[in-house]
Design a protein around this ligand. Structure first.
Ligand code: HEM
Length: 435
């Protein structure tokens, strides 16, 4: 086995390179340019290795998973706020829970969510139409939160959803804060918010136990594995909380990038609109139509490639390994880079260009290398909400394309900023009109 550590620098004693990592958006790009597709650093208190490209993704996400811990890759604040949920589980516990959760995010269950998604989306479209000029990111966030909280947490539209949204804002703000537990600190407020949301979920679960329903919580209550085992109340509570966290900010980010890209590329928008007009001629939007939107799917893939809401993933190395001739010791932290893989010139021609046709059946650039399109992760732990998110994004996009046109307002800063989730700095100021 090689004894050579990857090239790179550990930076200063104790802090390592954490400050540059947190403050310089080009931190990893610069080092990748200097050292190549595997390099070492010292970030967030741990010696770290950053690995880029489809081969690295396959290694971490699939072929050499046993060398990595998901649980110990996340900061302590995550563990306390998000509890023993799927993100943090490993091995058999993870497999069992993933199996029990899966039915709520696939097949029949998704079909059952369609009407609610449609109703909520239409309410927002009317509101945006009445406004004309508005900032889209915040609006998308409300929309995706409402869909997720009603379908996943059994919330009701109106006051309850608004209250949950506020609590959730506090919870999210605490995830990357200093773990000071006083009531007035961000972390203290996040803990309080978590308890309130969990208490809400508990009330709904108890109700679903008496009166089964077809929303996600109702399905989780009824879910059984092969041995007849089910999720306990405590398990359902933390898993539902995680779903809301994992589900709505990511979808908000990608929807915002989608409408921005469509406004910036009129020829693409026209083709997507023509596809929708053909389908609309058959009748109102339904499940069958959602499955027949190949061009919109290409556009969504291109948005996923150029604007992945999640930039990468952390893992803890629990068994030393060798990659590309370098030794990575046990105890290090490993980071795989989604955004950099998506701009890898070996995989994608003119990688900086927005070009949905790269995903056409003839070109299918993402099929040249496995694990080259990983906006939803990959391997056995690929995003559980992938189908849910895709359905939601297609539905919102289809309604918009069929009924509206929109343009970006001048004098705004469209620089993409990654924190807390990827978005244009201005929030995307637009003017929307009925077609
Ligand atoms: C555009 C929307 C979304 C994006 C871009 C996205 C992205 C991702 C990514 C990159 C991962 C893997 C993270 C890693 O490897 O460290 C992941 C995992 C996960 N996502 Fe999503 N996600 C989205 C929507 C959703 C939704 C709607 C839900 C639930 C309702 C969800 C639930 C999950 C869960 C539970 C996992 C962990 C799976 C496991 O470890 O087994 N996501 N997602």
């Amino acid at each position: 086995m090689s004894q050579t550590l990857p090239p790179g620098s550990f930076g200063l004693p104790i802090v390592g390179e954490t400050l540059s990592f947190l403050n310089d958006p080009a931190f990893a790009d610069k080092r990748q340019e200097k050292y190549g597709s595997i390099f070492k650093s010292h970030i967030l208190g741990r010696p770290s290795v950053v690995m880029v490209g489809p081969e690295a993704n396959r290694f971490i996400l699939s072929s050499h998973m046993r060398h990595f811990s998901w649980r110990d890759g996340w900061p302590e604040t995550f563990k306390e706020l998000l509890g023993e949920s799927l993100f943090l589980q490993e091995g058999e516990a993870h497999q069992r829970n993933r199996k029990l959760l899966r039915p709520a995010f696939h097949g029949k269950a998704l079909e059952g969510y369609l009407d609610t998604m449609k109703q909520i989306t239409q309410t927002y479209l009317k509101k945006w139409e009445a406004r004309g000029d508005f900032t889209w990111f915040g609006e998308m966030k409300q929309l995706t939160f409402e869909i997720a909280s009603i379908l996943l947490l059994g919330s009701e539209p109106g006051e309850m959803t608004t209250r949950l949204s506020q609590l959730f804002g506090d919870l999210s703000a605490g995830l990357f804060s200093l773990p000071l537990r006083f009531r007035w600190t961000p972390y203290g407020r996040a803990l309080y918010a978590r308890d309130q949301v969990l208490a809400h979920i508990e009330r709904v679960v108890r109700d679903r136990q008496q009166h089964p329903t077809q929303d996600a919580l109702g399905l989780l209550v009824q879910s059984r594995d092969e041995e007849g085992g089910s999720l306990s109340l405590a398990e359902i509570k933390v898993q539902a909380l995680l779903m809301l966290f994992a589900g709505h900010e990511t979808t908000t980010s990608m929807l915002t990038s989608l409408v921005m890209s469509l406004a910036q590329h009129p020829a693409v928008c026209n083709r997507a609109q023509a596809e929708q007009d053909m389908l609309a001629a058959e009748g109102p939007l339904n499940l069958d139509q959602l499955r027949r939107m190949p061009y919109l799917e290409q556009v969504l893939k291109e948005v996923e490639r150029l604007y992945p809401p999640v930039a990468g993933g952390f893992r803890r190395v629990i068994e030393s390994f060798e990659f590309n001739g370098y030794q990575v010791p046990k105890g290090w932290q490993a980071l795989y880079r989604i955004n950099a893989t998506h701009r890898d010139r070996r995989c994608y021609s003119e990688a900086e260009q927005f070009d949905p046709d790269r995903f056409s059946p003839e070109r299918a650039e993402h099929k040249q290398y496995e694990f080259s399109l990983v906006g939803f992760g990959g391997g056995p732990r690929i995003c559980l909400g992938l189908a849910f998110a895709q359905m939601e994004m297609k539905l919102v996009a289809a309604y918009l394309l069929r009924n509206y046109t929109w343009e970006l307002l001048p004098h705004q800063d469209l620089t993409m900023t990654p924190i807390p989730t990827l978005r244009p700095r201005s929030g995307l100021k637009v003017r929307l009109r009925k077609r």
